[in-house]
Write a protein of this length. Structure first.
Length: 288
């Protein structure tokens, strides 16, 4: 199968290309720079020059593929518009072939206990723009196309992702790891390698499907901060921040980090045969 991937040189994209190639797929990845091209070709993919605003490039690359994985995200105030137009171009190109779009579980806001993909949507400001885009993507299932949305939880592993960026790195710099509030809220986690396997499986999912990419690990944020403090060699060194302090330090993502979320990935396991295997996040995050 020939798969076109956006965001292939990124954190999740690299693991996903590896998973695709491991299963014998031919991968073409969108790149904007020589450095990104070296990354994706080093992983066994071919490079397609362009960005998420190059709609003709996206359309033609999708048309030449048997399936599309949209993992990339434009950074800037026009993220919603760029994502919408890029998705439309790739769906136009893919036609009746699989198109997998990336969302995120933050759109569910605080959850009351453990919930699945049918829970009410209550997104923080940071991700509210996703709702209309994902609705548009999924609506095309009614026209005979094959859209699928994968909604990752908070991704960890391989010393990357948001936990590394907003918790480990500041912890090393300041000597203590941040924790928004008292840390009693929960996060739904997924290892980047398990998430990559889900993306591969999603190429065969029924049209209009939505899957929470979470491996049913829901530690408290204090537990995560404590694990990271051990990894940086400062066990127990935690800086508790109010939401205002966290927003000043981290930006709008602080509101998302303060969510209390427990989601299940049972639907993906049941319908796609997804089998997450990296199930001890706290041990891995602690560097043990």
């Amino acid at each position: 199968m020939k798969v076109f991937v956006t965001g292939g040189s990124g954190y999740i994209g690299r693991a996903t290309i590896e998973a695709l190639v491991r299963r014998g797929n031919e991968v073409a990845a969108l790149v904007r720079s020589d450095a990104s091209e070296r990354v994706v070709t080093g992983l066994g993919a071919s490079a397609v020059r362009g960005g998420l605003t190059d709609v003709s490039v996206l359309r033609e690359a999708a048309r030449a593929a048997d399936g599309v994985l949209h993992l990339g995200q434009h950074a800037g105030p026009d993220s919603a518009e760029v994502d919408r137009v890029a998705a439309e171009a790739m769906q136009d190109g893919a036609g009746p072939r699989p198109y997998v779009h990336t969302g995120g579980v933050w759109v569910y806001g605080d959850t009351a206990g453990i919930v699945d993909e049918d829970a009410p949507l209550k997104p923080p400001r940071l991700t509210a723009w996703r709702l209309d885009n994902e609705k548009r993507v999924l609506a095309r299932a009614a026209t005979g196309e094959r859209p699928v949305v994968v909604m990752p939880g908070l991704v960890y592993g391989r010393s990357g992702g948001l936990i590394e960026m907003f918790y480990a790195a500041p912890g090393r710099e300041k000597g203590a790891v941040p924790c928004v509030g008292d840390g009693s809220n929960h996060w739904s986690l997924v290892h980047v390698e398990d998430l990559a396997e889900l993306y591969v499986l999603a190429l065969a999912a029924p049209a209009g499907s939505v899957y929470a990419g979470v491996s049913d690990q829901t530690p408290t944020t204090l537990q995560v901060s404590e694990a990271v403090s051990r990894a940086i060699g400062r066990p127990g060194a935690i800086r508790h921040l109010t939401i205002d302090e966290a927003t000043e330090e981290m930006g709008p993502v602080a509101e998302a980090f303060a969510l209390d979320q427990r989601l299940t990935g049972a639907r993906a396991r049941r319908e796609l045969g997804w089998k997450p295997v990296r199930l001890d996040a706290l041990t891995e995050l602690s560097g043990s």
